[in-house]
Structures are given as structure tokens and as C-alpha cells.
Ligand binder design. Structure first.
Ligand code: ATP
Ligand code: MG
Length: 294
């Protein structure tokens, strides 16, 4: 090959399509760096999941976050239920308007500084349904990490929608270093199947399952104080034994949890001495122990 030809091959070739591709790769890398920078400042990242809807994920996420906050940890609560964000309602924060410092979005603050972010804070009308396809939801979720100034946190609790949908998938992709997930279930036998799906999904995504929480675990009779197994019993224990995953605790049914949630008062604050609040306390103690030993 002549020297002249070799020199020509060394010349940069202007290929607009290639340039576009390189720009896209650069943008993705920059986004990844931004996510990693934000995540480095958060010690523990925990997602609340369940195989099916309505088992109490948001109730658990809110009350765990508040319990950790009351124990003086630096806590963030990220509502990742993009189509049904309920966290603001349960914390009485529906009228929150988010502010910025000119660079990032500032999380809304509850109590003495529990940091909260939800898509609901950004909707113009509260009854507007969010009809987004997966990639749009994923984009918004990444912005919740990169564009929000979370600062240094001990715990970030994330509330997910039910099942094995877009949100947990995106969460696992953008936070590969998350501590893992807590799976909420109810006591009836059929729920083991839902938990199994959830565990297999988490394992496929290489997301550790930290523990199982059994919610709506018997109704405590106001007269005799015995527990009435309204929704059966043993679901949490069954799943825990089957998969060798710790059962962090069992939260009894308490009708006041419903009214507290609807009134925006976290149950552990409004009824700190109730058996359900004690169960939340026990779960937090168990969770901290597991994470500290890891
Ligand atoms: N231990 C409990 N005792 C009584 N009511 C409860 C309990 N846990 C949750 N609830 C009530 O059950 C309903 C569903 O709870 P929640 O919204 O937390 O479930 P979810 O799993 O987040 O639902 P979704 O799948 O729709 O996001 C709420 O009205 C809540 O107040
Ligand atoms: Mg929910």
C-alpha cells in the first residue's frame, strides 16, 4: 500500500449519522454519571414492591419512611408509582408546589425534613390521568434522581406500583447498587403465588430481596384483644420459608390506618402506641439490623 493511501485512511471521515450516534452515547454516559453521582450520596436504597395491588405498599412506604425519620435518620421518600401516586395524599402534602434553587428541584419537606418527591407535585390538575408509555415514565424517573437535589441521605424509600411493570424494571436498571426490595404481601395462601412472581422478577433483575412484610395480618378484636384472621394466615411465613427470605414483621388490620391515610396523617404519628405502629417499629429495627450486617 502506498504511503499516500495510508495517509488518506487516517483522515477523519465526516459521517453525520455516526456523529449523531456518538452524541447519543455521550448523552447516555453523562446521564449515567449524573445518576451515579446522586446515588453515591445515598447509603441505602430500598424499593417497596408487591405482586398485586392494594396490599398496602404505599402505607408501608410512608410509615417506614416516617419511622426512620423520627429515629433521626436522613430520609428520602420517592413515589415511583407514576400512574397512581398516593404518597402526597397519605402525608397531607397534595397542595405542595415544588421549588428550585435555580439548578435542581428541591424535594418537598415533611416534618423535620423528610424529603419527598412525587409526580403528583408536578401535575397541574390532580385529577389528570397520567397516560405515559414506558420510555416516557423511565425518563421522568431518571429526572427524579438526576434533577432533584436529594443531598446526603441514610435511606431512600421508594414506593412502586404493583406487579412486575415498567417502574420496577426501570428502577432496577438505573439503580443497580440498590440494597434491594421489601415485598409486601397479605396473609392468604393465594398471595404466596404473587410473592413468588415478585421474587422471581427481582431475582431476574439481580435486585436482592431484603425481606417480606405481611400486611393486613389479622384484625385485633377491640374487646378481647385476640387476633381474628380476617384474610387467612401464614402467607408471609409460607413465602419466607419457601424462599429463605426473612419475614420482617406482620402489621395487623386497623381501620384507623385507612382514615389516617385519607386524612394525610401517618399512622405511626397519629397512633404511636397501637399494635400496628409497634409492628412498623419492629420492622424498622429488623431492617436496620439486616442492612448493618450486610
Ligand atoms: N394494616 C392495614 N389495616 C387497615 N387498612 C390498611 C392497612 N394497610 C393498608 N390499608 C388500607 O388499604 C388501602 C390500600 O393501601 P395502599 O394504598 O397502601 O396499598 P397499595 O399496595 O399501595 O395499593 P396500590 O397497589 O394501588 O398502589 C388503603 O386504603 C390503606 O389505608
Ligand atoms: Mg400504592
Amino acid at each position: 500500500m502506498s504511503q499516500e493511501k495510508e495517509a488518506k485512511e487516517d483522515q477523519p471521515i465526516y459521517d453525520p449519522q455516526r456523529k449523531e450516534e456518538i452524541e447519543k452515547i455521550k448523552a447516555r454516559m453523562q446521564e449515567q454519571i449524573k445518576i451515579q453521582d446522586a446515588m453515591k450520596k445515598i447509603r441505602h436504597k430500598i424499593a417497596i414492591m408487591s405482586g398485586k395491588g392494594g396490599v398496602g405498599k404505599t402505607t408501608v412506604a410512608v410509615n417506614l419512611a416516617v419511622t426512620l425519620h423520627l429515629r433521626k435518620f436522613r430520609v428520602g421518600l420517592l413515589d415511583l408509582d407514576m400512574t397512581g401516586p398516593d404518597v402526597p395524599l397519605m402525608l397531607g402534602m397534595e397542595d405542595t408546589v415544588l421549588e428550585t434553587d435555580g439548578i435542581s428541584i428541591l424535594p418537598a419537606l415533611w416534618g423535620q425534613g423528610l424529603k419527598v418527591i412525587s409526580l403528583e407535585f408536578l401535575l397541574e390538575k390532580k385529577d389528570t390521568p397520567v397516560i405515559w408509555r414506558g420510555p416516557v415514565k423511565a425518563g421522568a424517573m431518571k429526572q427524579f434522581i438526576t434533577e432533584v437535589s436529594w443531598g446526603e441521605l441514610d435511606y431512600l424509600i421508594m414506593d412502586l406500583p404493583p406487579g412486575t411493570s415498567d417502574e420496577p424494571l426501570t428502577m432496577a436498571q438505573i439503580m443497580p447498587d440498590a440494597d434491594g426490595t421489601l415485598i409486601v404481601t397479605t396473609p392468604q395462601d393465594v398471595s404466596i403465588l404473587d410473592v413468588s412472581k415478585c421474587i422471581n422478577f427481582a431475582r431476574t433483575l439481580k435486585l436482592p430481596v431484603i425481606g417480606i412484610i405481611e400486611n393486613m395480618s389479622g384484625l385485633i378484636c377491640p374487646y378481647c384483644k385476640n387476633s381474628i384472621p380476617l384474610f387467612g394466615s401464614g402467607g408471609g411465613e409460607g413465602a419466607s420459608k419457601k424462599y429463605g427470605i426473612p419475614l420482617l414483621g406482620k402489621i395487623p388490620i386497623d381501620p384507623v390506618i385507612v382514615t389516617s391515610g385519607d386524612q394525610g396523617k401517618p399512622f405511626v404519628v397519629s397512633h404511636p402506641d397501637s399494635p400496628a405502629s409497634k409492628a412498623f417499629e419492629g420492622i424498622v429495627t429488623h431492617l436496620i439490623k439486616i442492612l448493618e450486617n450486610q
